[in-house]
Ligand binder design. Sequence first.
Ligand code: S6P
Ligand code: ZN
Length: 187
Amino acid sequence: MSTTLLAPFALSLDLDSGALEPHTTRIERRLSSLGGAFADDAAFAALVAAGDPLVYAVEQYDVPEETGQLICCTTVIEPGTVGGELYMTKGHFHADRDTGEVYVGLRGRGCLLLATEDGEHAELPMERGTLAYVPPRWAHRTVNTGDVPFAFLAVYPGQAGHDYGAIESKGFPQRVFGTSGGPEVRT
Ligand code: S6P
Ligand code: ZN
């Protein structure tokens, strides 16, 4: 099967906020969609009951999910904590494990958590101007470690797909908490 011939396009990426215009998809993840991700179930339930805050949003201009295409999207994670644990994304492996990804930090501060199926792990601090490489076979999750929204651009192969199940059942080996001394990664 040959790759779809698309018309070239240019988008407006706001380098200060992460807003992508136009976008064809916007996914908003509220806290209730992150069940099981945070360690403190009671704090999680209380925050969901108190208004179910927005944790992060992803904006994307869709292209076909096929080999040869590159998907470009931005993620903006709000600042906040659940029982002291900093707001984060669900986290995933790519369904096609043989695909990597590039992240570019735009605004705020974050931490990119990475883990392999064998339990290896890595943590990469990110800020505006950081280019982080997610190699194939590494699950990845981002955490907002600052006081303002943390925004980054992601570019990844069209055929990658997302496998959330492994993370939903096993989690990551690391958790990141906000402390008076700053963000603390605990393993
Ligand atoms: C996609 C890429 C990002 C995430 C986004 C939200 O491969 O890694 O665009 O989808 O940061 O995270 P998650 O874990 O909810 O998909
Ligand atoms: Zn990914």
